[in-house]
Design a protein around this ligand. Structure first.
Ligand code: ADP
Ligand code: PHD
Length: 463
C-alpha cells in the first residue's frame, strides 16, 4: 500500500491512513507500506537547496530546519505521543544532518545532482518514521526503512533514477520476513546506487516505489492511496463533472499517466504489469469507495473513449527545411542530438512531405534542445528550428479506440467547431490514444469540450 503526500499531510490524515492499515491488518492481510513525504515538504526541500546554493546572503537554513522540525514534531506528538521522545530524537538527528549538508551547499555554492537527491529524500525519511511510530502506537509492530535499507537499487541518473532488476531479490529477502509479524513502512521516492549513493526516482516517484516493492514481494495487489476516489475521466481540478473509472487497463493507465493524469506515475504500471499484479487506486478520505482497478484485461466500454488528459509546461519544437526531403539520417541526427543531451521527447509528428518534424518536450529542456539543434542547422540539413512555449499537449485515451473508425473525426470536428486550433497531431499504432497540441489559452475549453463530446460524465451501461 502506497500513501501519497496528501494521505500523510498532517496528523488527521495520518490517523486516517493508520485507521486503514489497522483495519486491513486486523483482517489478516500482510502489508508493506510505502509513504511519500508530507505534502509540500519535497517542494520546500527543493527550494531551500536551490537557495542554499545561489544565495549570496546567509540563506534561511536555520529557520527552515526549525519550521520543518516543528511540523514533523507536532504531527508525531499527535499521532504517537507515547513515542514522541524516542522517535523525536531520531528526527532531530536527521535534521542535524540535513542542516550540515545545506550549510555545506551554501559554503561551496555548489549543488550537485547527487547532493540534491540526498537533500530532497529527507521528506520521506521523516514521514516514514512518523507513520511507523503511529502504527506502533496502535499496537501494530512496525519499523521504518529507507529505500536503500529496503533494497531498492537504482541507476545513477540522479533526479530520475530507474530501479535495477537486481533490486527484486534484495527487497524480497529484506521485506518478506518482516511481513509475518509487522507492517514495515518504506520511504517512497528514493533508492540508492549499488555503491550506496542516494538517488530519487523523479517527482511523484513514490508510486513507482510502491509498484517495485509490490513486484519484488509478489504482492497480490498494489494499492495507491490518494486524495481522490480513483482514476477519473479527466483532471478533477479542471473538469467539474468528472467520473471515476471503475476499470482501466495497464496500457490505458500508462497513456493516461504519461499524458498528465497525476494520480498515477507513468513508471508505476510496468512493474505491476510484469507480474500481472492488480493496481487499485483508492481514496484515503473515502476508503469504502471501490476506486479504480488497473489490470491487464482491456475493459472496452461501448463509448470507446474513456478519458481526456492534458499536460502543461511543455514546448513545441518545429524543425523545418526542404533539404530534409528524401534524405536518410535526418531523423537520426535530430534524435541522437536530443538523446545525447538527455532530452526526453514526449510526442513526435512528421509531415508526409518530410519537410517538417514537430516535437513536444518538457518546457524546462527547451533552451538546451534549441542549443543542440543548432548543429544540424549549421550543417545545412535543417533550415530552421522554431519553438512555442504557449502550448498544451492533450490526449484522448481508450483501448476501444483501436479499430473503431470515426473517433479522430469527432475529436477534431468538435475542436474545429469551437474554433480551437490544433497545432500538432500524433497517434501511435496501438491506437490507445490520439494526442494533439493546442494553444494554452484554448486548453481548458478543449478539455471540457471533449469531455462533453464523448459524454464522459455519464456512466456506461456496460460498466
Ligand atoms: N485523470 C485523473 N484522475 C484522478 N486524479 C487526477 C487525474 N488527473 C489529475 N489528477 C490529480 O491527481 C491528484 C493526485 O495525485 P497527487 O497529488 O500526486 O497525489 P498523492 O500525493 O496522493 O500522490 C488528484 O488530487 C487529482 O487532482
Ligand atoms: N515526495 C515526492 C514523491 C511523491 O511521490 O510524492 P506524492 O506521492 O505526494 O506525489 C514528490 O513530491 O515528488
Amino acid at each position: 500500500m502506497k500513501f501519497g503526500g496528501t494521505s500523510v499531510g498532517d496528523a488527521e490524515c495520518i490517523r486516517r491512513t493508520v485507521d486503514i492499515l489497522e483495519r486491513y491488518h486486523a483482517e489478516g492481510h500482510e502489508m508493506a507500506v510505502v509513504v511519500s513525504a508530507m505534502s509540500g515538504v519535497t517542494d520546500q526541500l527543493h527550494a531551500i537547496a536551490a537557495e542554499a546554493e545561489s544565495s549570496v546572503e546567509e540563506p534561511p537554513i536555520e529557520a527552515f530546519i526549525q519550521a520543518i522540525r516543528a511540523k514533523h514534531m507536532k504531527t508525531l506528538e499527535a499521532v504517537a505521543p507515547g513515542q514522541a521522545a524516542a522517535v523525536g530524537s531520531v528526527i532531530d538527528d536527521r535534521l542535524e544532518n540535513l542542516d550540515h549538508i545545506l550549510t555545506a551547499v551554501h559554503a561551496l555554492h555548489e549543488l550537485t545532482r547527487r547532493s540534491k537527491d540526498y537533500i530532497v529524500s529527507y521528506g520521506e525519511r521523516l514521514s516514514a518514521l512518523i507513520v511507523s511510530a503511529a502504527l506502533r502506537e496502535r499496537g501494530i509492530s512496525s519499523s521504518a526503512l529507507d529505500g536503500c535499507e529496503a533494497g531498492i537499487l537504482t541507476t545513477n541518473k540522479h533526479g530520475d533514477a530507474l530501479v535495477l532488476p537486481t533490486s527484486d531479490p534484495r527487497i524480497n529477502s529484506r521485506i518478506l520476513p518482516l511481513l509475518m509479524n509487522s507492517v514495515p513502512v518504506i520511504t517512497g521516492y528514493m533508492g540508492c546506487t549499488p555503491e550506496g549513493i542516494v538517488t530519487t526516482l523523479g517527482r511523484s516517484g513514490s508510486d513507482y516505489s510502491g509498484a517495485i516493492v509490490g513486484r519484488a514481494i509478489d504482492a497480490d495487489e498494489v494499492w495507491i492511496w490518494t486524495d481522490v476516489d480513483g482514476v477519473m475521466t479527466s483532471d478533477p481540478r479542471i473538469i467539474k463533472n468528472v467520473r471515476v473509472l471503475p476499470y482501466v487497463s495497464y496500457r490505458e493507465a500508462m497513456e493516461l499517466s504519461f499524458f498528465g493524469a497525476k494520480v498515477l506515475h507513468p513508471k508505476s504500471i510496468e512493474p505491476a504489469m510484469e507480474k500481472d499484479i492488480i493496481v487499485r487506486v483508492k481514496n484515503t478520505f473515502n476508503p469504502d469507495h471501490p476506486g479504480t482497478i488497473v489490470r491487464r484485461q482491456e475493459h472496452r466500454e461501448k463509448r470507446v473513449v474513456k478519458a481526456v488528459t492534458h499536460i502543461e509546461r511543455v514546448a513545441l519544437v518545429n524543425i523545418n527545411g526542404v533539404q530534409m526531403i528524401g534524405r536518410p539520417g535526418v531523423a537520426r541526427e535530430i534524435f541522437t542530438a536530443l538523446g545525447d543531451a538527455g532530452i526526453n521527447v514526449m510526442m513526435i509528428s512528421q509531415a508526409s512531405s518530410q519537410a517538417n518534424i514537430s516535437l513536444i518536450i518538457d518546457e524546462g529542456n527547451l533552451a538546451e534542445a534549441l542549443e543542440v539543434l543548432a548543429a544540424p542547422v549549421k550543417s545545412g540539413i535543417v533550415r530552421e528550428v522554431t519553438s512555442d512555449r504557449n502550448v498544451v499537449a492533450m490526449a484522448v485515451v481508450g483501448a476501444g479506440m483501436a479499430g473503431t473508425p470515426g473517433i479522430s473525426g469527432r475529436i477534431f470536428t468538435a475542436l474545429g467547431k469551437a474554433g480551437v486550433n490544433v497545432m500538432m497531431i500524433s497517434q501511435g499504432s496501438s491506437e490507445v490514444n490520439v494526442s494533439f497540441v493546442v494553444r494554452q489559452d484554448d486548453s481548458r475549453r478543449a478539455l471540457q469540450l471533449l469531455h462533453d463530446e464523448f459524454r464522459l460524465s455519464e456512466a456506461c451501461d456496460d460498466e
